[in-house]
Design a protein around this ligand. Structure first.
Ligand code: AMP
Length: 343
């Protein structure tokens, strides 16, 4: 069994490693800001992209033939702590637990977030409000989303409004039938630091709320134009194509902080904690009820909007999530506590 704590004890320095995708530019720039070495794992045709971004150029490339062929031995030689993101998990789903390189955060959390039942167990245990799930299409009594197994980033979701529509949709394959919650979508970016003992306490450290984004989805965010122009019922889809930054109503912030704290403390109980970044996908209704329909236990692409007013209130300056991760890795290394933030 791979023991990340043992491996990082032998590190004579520390470098940030990242797969060349998702939020890699931000993560590499973050490492550079903190004067940490950065190592980028890339397939042949991706490397060229970095020449366009000299300030997000890694110190070193580790070249691989395929995204799922991570050269763990070489990464350990380079004293790498690998920062997981959506693409790393997507390409290495089968062997995330066996990757023989220290991973930033608790990799067990990646398993909890990737299985819908486990994810809802975590959210419910944390006392968060989740949309109703219908066990059978016959029970559908309101607008619902059909979320097929394995659907990514909202792609392929179907909206139904009756038992017969739900039965029809389920013919396409196994899926969850989930209540469609109408409201404003907000995606808060949290960071849990077990090292910092001041601030908004959670578990043995503190929770930081660094920003919010909203996803821009095709075509649900644009169908209003089609309906206005042609007056017909449009076919909607929820494919995420971009993100935009939001500043939220300040009176919602206390609730979000408590939600972040509850997620962290429940993670302690369920699988030993969640150091590092995570994001909740929430919908705020007109009564200001907050529903949570998903959690990502890692950096999310929504943080690529980069700056947020809230990081300024935590650190006195605006920093990105990439930089926040690099600060934690550097702090932990200097305190001789790397094993607390890797798995
Ligand atoms: P997901 O794949 O769960 O991240 O969802 C993709 C998109 O589908 C979200 O960003 C929302 O726009 C939409 N969505 C997912 N679940 C719900 C829900 N229960 N109610 C309303 N919209 C939802």
């Amino acid at each position: 069994m791979f023991n990340a704590a043992e491996v990082v004890k032998s590190y004579k320095s520390v470098a940030i490693g990242v797969l060349a995708s998702h939020s890699s530019l931000q993560i590499i720039k973050g490492a550079r800001e903190l004067s940490l070495r950065s190592v980028c794992i890339t397939v042949p045709n991706r490397e060229k992209m970095y020449s366009a971004f000299p300030y997000a150029m890694p110190d070193e490339f580790v070249r691989v033939d395929r995204w799922d062929r991570i050269d763990a031995a070489r990464l350990r030689e380079l004293n790498v702590v690998l920062v997981p993101h959506g693409s790393l998990i997507e390409y290495n789903k089968q062997h995330m637990l066996d990757l023989e390189v220290p991973v930033f955060g608790n990799r067990k959390s990646l398993l909890w977030e990737s299985k819908r039942e486990k994810m809802y167990e975590w959210l419910r245990k944390a006392g968060l409000k989740v949309p109703k799930v219908f066990a059978s299409p016959d029970e559908v009594d309101r607008p619902c989303l059909i979320k097929y197994d394995g659907a990514k980033g909202g792609q392929g979701y179907v909206v139904v409004d009756s038992p017969s529509e739900a039965r029809e949709a389920l013919k396409k394959g196994p899926a969850v039938i989930q209540e469609f919650v109408t409201g404003v979508r907000l995606y808060p970016h949290f960071f849990y630091s077990p090292l910092r003992k001041n601030g908004y306490r959670a578990s043995e450290g503190r929770v930081e709320l660094l920003g919010f984004d909203r996803r821009v989805e095709s075509n649900v965010d644009e169908v209003g134009r089609e309906v206005a122009l042609f007056g017909k019922k449009a076919h909607v889809s929820f494919t995420v194509v971009a993100n935009e930054m939001l500043a939220v109503r300040e009176s919602l912030i206390p609730q979000y902080l408590e939600m972040g704290k509850a997620v962290i403390e429940t993670a302690d109980e369920l699988f030993g904690g969640i150091p590092g970044p995570f994001c909740l996908e929430t919908i705020v209704t007109s009564d200001l009820d907050i529903y949570v329909f998903e959690i990502s236990a890692r950096i999310v692409a929504g943080t690529n909007v980069l700056f947020s007013p809230y990081s300024r209130f935590v650190f006195g300056e605006e920093i990105t999530m990439g930089e926040r991760i690099a600060r934690e890795v550097k702090d932990a290394y200097e305190m001789g506590m790397l094993e607390k933030v890797v798995s």
